[in-house]
Design a protein around this ligand. Structure first.
Ligand SMILES: [Zn+2]
Length: 204
C-alpha cells in the first residue's frame, strides 16, 4: 500500500507539516501552531480519518498545534525524552501563542503502530534529546535533524553536536532511495543525493 504525502508550510517559522494518507486514513506529522485552519480543514474537507499526530521532536513550532487534534480524541506520539518540551510549548522564547500538549504515547525504536499505520522510528538525538526520524516505506520524515544541504541546530536547549554526528552517521546508512521530508525548507530530496552533496553527510 503506497502512501500519499500532502505537505503544508505554515507559520512564521516556515514549518513543514505533513499529512500522510493511506486510503481514507491519515496521520499528521508535526502540526505547528496555525495548523487548525489549514491542516484540520483539509482533513475534514477530504473526509479523512485522522488516526494519530506524530511528532519528530518537542520544539514548540512542531508540537504547538498538536493539542487542537488531541482535543478531538486523536492520540499524540512523541519520544519520551522530549515530553517536557511538549508540556511547556506555550512558554517559548518567541512568545508565540500555542498550546502545551501532554503526549499520549511514546515511541519505541523500530516498528511502531498508530491505527492502521505501521512505521519505523529511529532515535536521532542531537537537535533535541528526543528527536526521531519516522520512516514509512520509502518516505523519511527527518524533523529538524536533516535538511536539504544542511542539518539542524545543536545550540538550542537539548542540542548536542557529537550526538548529532552519531545520528547523522546512522541516517547515512539508510537506503539511497528514501525520499526526505524535513521539518523546514525544501522537501522531496533523495537521501542518496543528500549523502553525496550535503557537506554534513558526505564527510562522515
Ligand atoms: Zn526544532
Amino acid at each position: 500500500m503506497s502512501y500519499k504525502v500532502i505537505p503544508f508550510t505554515l507559520g512564521m517559522l516556515g514549518n513543514n507539516v505533513y499529512v500522510v494518507q493511506k486510503e481514507n486514513n491519515c496521520v499528521v506529522i508535526d502540526p505547528t501552531f496555525d495548523s487548525e485552519n489549514t491542516v484540520d480543514k483539509f482533513i475534514r474537507n477530504n473526509g479523512l480519518h485522522l488516526e494519530a499526530v506524530l511528532l519528530t521532536h518537542g520544539h514548540f513550532d512542531h508540537c504547538g498545534g498538536a493539542g487542537d487534534f488531541q482535543k478531538q480524541g486523536v492520540p499524540v506520539f512523541c519520544n519520551e525524552a522530549d515530553d517536557s518540551m511538549c508540556r511547556s510549548a506555550s512558554a517559548n522564547r518567541w512568545n508565540i501563542k500555542c498550546h502545551d500538549v501532554v503526549p499520549d504515547r511514546h515511541y519505541i525504536e523500530g516498528e511502531n503502530i498508530a491505527g492502521d499505520f505501521r512505521f519505523d522510528v529511529m532515535f536521532v538525538p542531537g537537535h533535541t534529546k528526543g528527536g526521531v526520524c519516522l520512516i514509512f516505506d520509502d518516505l523519511l520524515f527527518s524533523g529538524d535533524t536533516l535538511f536539504h544541504g544542511t542539518v539542524g541546530r545543536t545550540d538550542l536547549p537539548g542540542g548536542d553536536y557529537s550526538e548529532m554526528l552519531r545520528s547523522l552517521k546512522r541516517i547515512s546508512l539508510l537506503p539511497d532511495n528514501l525520499i526526505v521530508y524535513p521539518g523546514h525548507s525544501d522537501y522531496g530530496m533523495l537521501l542518496g543525493d543528500e549523502k553525496r552533496a550535503n557537506p554534513y553527510l558526505n564527510r562522515l
